[in-house]
Design a protein around this ligand. Structure first.
Ligand code: KG4
Ligand code: ZN
Length: 348
């Protein structure tokens, strides 16, 4: 590939187009975010992400988003040392736009290209702002596409402890929101209604709470909410909307917190990290902090703009990948569904 220069690459342009957000960021030395542009798509009318529509939207926006990232950071193309891009996992057509754009730029500028794993980017998002998270830590990644519980024993050494057997936590928020007639993405819409609730939350099941393993399942609770909703009259629906949102959120949060905490205790972890879009949920943040209150375990969440998809986490992680000489070449491809191995060493 374009020969890495002798200078340590410190100024990295990150590009992220794995789902519906078109993102570009400039990060210096892995931790100093100079710009972080996120252009979200308007999927409200579609009720979710349509891959074909998302890809076309990325294509229209990517140049502008990258130019904005450069101007916000007050740097020129010539000053960029390397380009990092999410190349796995994600929607194939959406990933292709970012990867093709990044390859062309790396070729034109004669600088290194680094393909980055989206989930590893989410995990790094916490470390971006807190470089000294004590090891070992338990990391819960909860997004629209993934629910992964991991033990992190060394930076870039991940052991997968559990994952969802069906819907991801964010996906359940999105699908329940659609049932309740709320806007997309569903997580913020449900969280907002739950915060307004003045009644007893409706009780929903605690999926796989006592399954004896560390996996999750959110498809059953989504169906339970739908059946409950469909059994109500219009008047009851209006009266109970906030209590249903609060009950659903409560069940999901309880399972996530309990199962994560069991792993913290089992592995004597010194910290717990919650990352991904659902980590923006205030109830999840509150309950996890309460759990850790009387212990020596530190809790880390990325700041809100770094919870959901962003390119700063991709550029930050790439700084370390480059030091491990994890450089890609112009044959860099995409992998839409990367199978999660049981034990993953030295990066996902
Ligand atoms: O990480 P992310 O931006 O994209 C994926 O990699 O999937 O996560 C998006 C997911 C969506 O399912 C969205 O509903 C959920 O994160 N989300 C939330 C909140 N904000 C975003 N879920 C619960 N509460 C929130 N406040
Ligand atoms: Zn994500």
């Amino acid at each position: 590939m374009n020969m890495p220069s002798t200078k340590i690459p410190s100024l990295i342009l990150g590009i992220e187009t794995s789902c519906d957000d078109t993102c570009a960021a400039i990060v210096r030395n892995g931790h100093h975010v100079l710009s972080n542009i996120i252009a979200s798509q308007q999927n409200l009318a579609l009720g979710g992400v349509v891959p074909e529509v998302a890809a076309r939207d990325h294509l229209q926006k990517i140049s502008q988003v990258v130019m904005l990232a450069l101007s916000d950071a007050k740097v020129s193309f010539q000053e960029i040392d390397a380009i990092a891009v999410t190349n796995r996992p994600g929607l194939a057509s959406a990933l292709l736009v970012g990867v093709a754009f990044a390859k062309a730029l790396a070729f034109a500028l004669h600088i290194p290209l680094i393909g980055v794993h989206h989930i590893e980017g989410h995990i790094f998002a916490s470390r971006l702002e807190n470089p000294d998270i004590p090891l070992p830590y338990v990391c819960l990644t909860v997004s629209g596409g993934h629910t992964l519980l991991m033990l992190v024993q060394g930076h870039f050494q991940y052991q997968i402890l559990g994952q969802t057997t069906d819907d991801a936590a964010g996906e359940a928020f999105d699908k329940v929101a659609r049932t309740l007639g709320l806007t997309f993405p569903g997580g913020p819409a449900i969280a907002k209604l739950a915060a307004q609730n003045l009644h007893e939350p409706i009780v929903f099941p605690l999926p796989m709470m006592y399954s004896g393993d560390e996996n999750f399942s959110f498809s059953g609770i989504k169906t339970a909410v739908r059946y409950y909703w469909e059994s109500l009259s219009q008047e009851q629906k209006a009266c109970q909307l906030t209590a249903i949102a609060a009950g659903f959120q409560q069940s999901v949060v309880k399972v996530l917190v309990e199962k994560t905490w069991r792993m913290v205790q089992q592995y004597n972890a010194r910290a717990v990290v919650i990352t991904g879009g659902v980590a923006a949920n205030q109830e999840l943040r509150h309950q996890m902090l309460c759990k850790a209150q009387s212990s020596a375990v530190s809790v880390f969440f990325p700041s809100l703009p770094l919870c959901t998809d962003n390119a700063a986490m991709i550029a930050g992680l790439a700084f370390y990948k480059l030091q491990q000489t994890c450089c890609s070449d112009l044959n860099l491809g995409i992998q839409s569904n990367v199978v999660c191995k049981t034990i993953v060493k030295n990066g996902l």
